[in-house]
Design a protein around this ligand. Structure first.
Ligand SMILES: Cc1cc2nc3c(=O)[nH]c(=O)nc-3n(C[C@H](O)[C@H](O)[C@H](O)COP(=O)(O)OP(=O)(O)OC[C@H]3O[C@@H](n4cnc5c(N)ncnc54)[C@H](O)[C@@H]3O)c2cc1C
Ligand code: FES
Length: 269
């Protein structure tokens, strides 16, 4: 895997998804290639455009959506000051990017693989389905609150089947949870692999089903991060007695450099 490096990239374009103009809150950002030779879906980058200025000293973490031979593609939702600034990027602007950071999802081409995404948790699966050599072994469940065209679903759907469910009411959420449980049970019977990314309550549910059914499951944790490289201790999570390193069992580990992807039975949520 490539060693993390700092690169000054150029923004090529910023494409709004779902809405247009000032209303848009979801964007694909295409940047020049950072020159890494290798990366894995599930890894992330720390991003700081020059427009952050002095007011926003910290870079922000984003999952790698996809890399082509020429481009690094990120996909983000506007939630606060940093992502608002990102949404104002113009072609030609410079963006400092540190990466690739963290570990990444397991890729076991011959194993039936279930991808579970909640909202923006869909992002790392774009690259995952494109790099997977046997996409016919993958199935995806996607739960979301905003209209489906706010998310990069089409580029996944062209490679693997996606069952999506939009949450309008509490009943919709119950249906989604039921569907997750059924699919995880199926995958457990086939000795398959489950990969999940999304908000914490969603990951807690997936983790519980993983423990109940015994299916091998990885979770991507996307806590707030400041440094992204293990130095500030701002992103820790607690491990279980199943953690591979004895002296860290039941202790805290940094998500940025031990994760963000963890085996479900090795961390508490
Ligand atoms: C490994 C990793 C990968 C990520 N990948 C993506 C991605 O691909 N696309 C994307 O849009 N976002 C992603 N995020 C989340 C993204 O980093 C935050 O949305 C962003 O940093 C918010 O910056 P801001 O300055 O706009 O918001 P802030 O002003 O810092 O915060 C605005 C609001 O958002 C909340 N918030 C900020 N960060 C997070 C977070 N990590 N989780 C939950 N709530 C948060 C804050 O509590 C606050 O309520 C990822 C985070 C991590 C750690
Ligand atoms: S973000 Fe600083 S230790 Fe993880």
């Amino acid at each position: 895997m490539s060693e993390p490096q700092s690169s000054l990239l150029t923004a090529l374009d910023l494409v709004p998804f779902g809405q247009s103009g000032l209303e848009a809150r979801f964007f694909a950002l295409r940047l020049t290639h950072p020159g890494w030779t290798q990366w894995r879906p599930g890894q992330f980058v720390m991003v700081r455009p020059s427009s952050f200025g002095f007011e926003l000293p910290w870079a922000r973490p984003f999952g790698i959506c996809h890399m082509t031979a020429k481009h690094l593609i990120l996909f983000f939702q506007v939630v606060g000051r940093g992502t608002q600034r990102l949404a104002q990027i113009r072609p030609g602007d410079e963006v400092r990017v540190w990466g690739p950071l963290g570990n990444g999802f397991a890729l076991e081409p011959d194993r039936p693989t279930l991808l579970l995404a909640g909202g923006m948790g869909i992002v790392p699966f774009v690259g995952y389905v494109h790099l997977h050599p046997k996409p016919w072994n993958i199935h995806m469940l996607f739960g979301h609150r905003e209209p489906i065209d706010c998310y990069p679903v089409d580029s996944i759907n062209e490679r693997v089947p996606v069952d999506s469910l939009r949450e309008h009411t509490a009943g919709d959420l119950d249906n989604f949870i039921f569907s997750i449980q059924e699919h995880m049970q199926d995958i457990a019977e086939q000795d398959g692999l489950v990969l999940a990314c999304g908000p914490l309550p969603f990951l807690r549910t997936v983790r519980q089903f993983a423990l109940d059914s015994g299916v091998r499951t990885q979770l991507s944790l996307e806590n707030r991060m400041a440094c992204g490289v293990g130095a500030c201790l701002g992103c820790v999570t607690r491990t279980t007695q199943a953690w591979p390193v004895a002296e860290k069992r039941g202790g805290m580990v940094q998500i940025c450099n031990h994760g963000p992807v963890f085996w479900a039975h090795q961390v508490e949520l």
